[in-house]
Design a protein around this ligand. Structure first.
Ligand code: UGA
Length: 439
């Protein structure tokens, strides 16, 4: 089988590489020539554990190639995956110009039957816009070539995308015809070894599934953050409450960790998009509106604790920050809580010195010289009046607290991810503040 994947961003590159791993011939397309050249040499432009090794192997085996020519890539292929970006336009809704541009180009060049699959996260109804765009081009060429559209949302998590793709919990495919179902079945069969399902459904339901999944997960987080805040007020411990509720299998113990709020490129964008879609249909998604509001407030929770401890004037105060990325195992800082915390502390006059195991370059690109960049986790602590833990990288889990104490000016830790045990922190001699655990 031959497939083409259009767009070598995060989703496209992982999709192409993982399909190649099953023995399929994959041609990846990108308009960015520099990126295509890099990828041809096996250089992965994003930080994603395991992806570089997998890509190198499949390049060596000749199963994956890269080109800037969509026309060449779709020749002789059975399926084309559209995985280009959908950046938010001025009013925040997904801009479909790249997706529909690709659809048009496919229509301009295709010569035989193909399944055209939308893999980018797109508003409900987009696959039918793709269909209309392809059809229009075929009509203007005066040719009649059969094709099907399909929707195949991705459920990859940054930091574990390769694993998520190779061992998916489920695969969702929206289709309109048996012919497309057959192609998709063949493509995904190798990934079903763990017994998890390949779910075929109509296209609207498939597109909706992606938004509903991310919105439900975001809801779990905002719910737990709200409960954590209340735990503090009533003197309860959210860690125990979390275990208490998580052992009910209907609730489950995953994704109920309170923290500094969710970030990243997906939850904030997708929750907003679903709220907007519902508004357009005259239906107000009250729960999701609250999810967003709670998340915004949660990003400032540590700042509130810092204000309580130090007062509102932080001039001359030095803060060390552990973690800048929106979560561990990524260098992605989009919508990261660290950005809100830094902005607010700076506004109160504080100095910040930060360290992240992989996001330093990205941080410098976004924050410039508004903060200092430390060379390692202990460098952060030099003369610090407090240490703020924002991202729960595993290397922050077991630090040498004695070294920290020697380096720090004052022994105070604000832990936004509940990484440490409050009793232990007290024994060592830290003023320790965390989320949802009465200090
Ligand atoms: C998310 C979904 O989990 C994926 O299934 C989906 O494919 C992806 O969005 C997407 O739409 O492309 P991702 O954004 O990579 O994946 O990150 P997650 O690991 O889901 O974390 C999202 C945020 O929730 C992070 O800021 C994380 O710190 C926070 N979080 C997560 C919590 O605060 N508590 C938890 O218990 C879990």
């Amino acid at each position: 089988m031959n497939i083409a994947v259009i767009g070598t961003g995060y989703v496209g590159l992982v999709t192409g590489t993982c399909f190649a791993e099953t023995g399929i011939n994959v041609t990846c397309v990108d308009i960015d020539k520099k990126k295509v050249d890099m990828l041809r040499n096996g250089e992965v432009p994003i930080y994603e554990p395991g992806l570089d090794a997998l890509l190198e192997r499949n390049i060596d085996k000749g199963r994956i190639s890269f080109t800037t020519s969509l026309q060449k890539a779709i020749k002789d292929c059975d399926a084309v995956f559209i995985a280009v970006g959908t950046p938010p336009d001025e009013d925040g809704s997904a801009d479909l110009k790249y997706v529909l541009g690709v659809a048009r180009e496919i229509g301009q060049h295709m010569e035989d039957y193909k399944v055209i699959i939308t893999k980018s996260t797109v508003p409900v109804g987009t696959s039918f816009k793709v269909k209309a765009a392809v059809e229009e081009e075929l009509v203007s060429r005066g040719v009649r070539i059969p094709f099907d559209v399909a929707s195949n949302p991705e459920f990859l998590k940054e930091g574990s995308a390769v694993d998520d793709f190779l061992k998916p919990d489920r695969i969702v495919v929206g289709i309109e015809s048996k012919r497309a179902e057959k192609v998709m079945n063949r493509l995904y069969k190798p990934f079903l070894m763990n017994g998890h399902p390949l779910l075929f459904m109509d296209i609207f339901s498939s597109e909706m599934t992606k938004y509903a999944a991310n919105s439900m997960l975001a809801t779990k987080i905002s719910f737990m953050n709200d409960i954590a805040n209340l735990c503090e007020l009533v003197g309860a411990n959210v860690d125990l409450v979390r275990k208490g509720i998580g052992s009910d299998t209907r609730i489950g113990n995953k994704f109920i960790y309170p923290g500094t709020g969710y970030g990243g490129s997906c939850f904030p964008k997708d929750v907003q998009a679903l709220v907007r879609t519902a508004d357009e249909y005259g239906h107000s998604l009250e729960v999701l509106k609250a999810v967003e509001a709670v998340n915004y407030r949660q990003k400032t929770t540590l700042v509130e604790k810092i204000k309580k401890h130090f007062g509102e004037n932080l001039k001359g105060k030095q803060f060390g920050m552990w973690g800048l990325a929106f979560k561990p195992k990524t260098d992605d800082m989009r919508e990261a809580p660290s950005l809100v915390i830094i902005e607010q502390l700076k506004a109160m006059g504080a100095n910040i010195r930060a360290y992240d195991p992989v996001a330093m370059e990205e941080a410098e690109r976004i924050l410039g010289n508004s903060i200092e960049y430390a060379k390692d986790e202990y460098d952060v602590a030099i003369d610090a009046d407090a240490l703020i833990v924002v991202t729960e990288w595993s290397e922050f889990r077991m630090p040498n607290f004695r070294i920290l104490q020697k380096l720090m000016n004052e022994q105070t830790i604000f832990d936004g991810r509940n990484v440490y045990d409050p009793e232990e922190m007290e024994e060592i001699g830290f003023n320790y503040y965390s989320i949802g655990r009465a200090a």
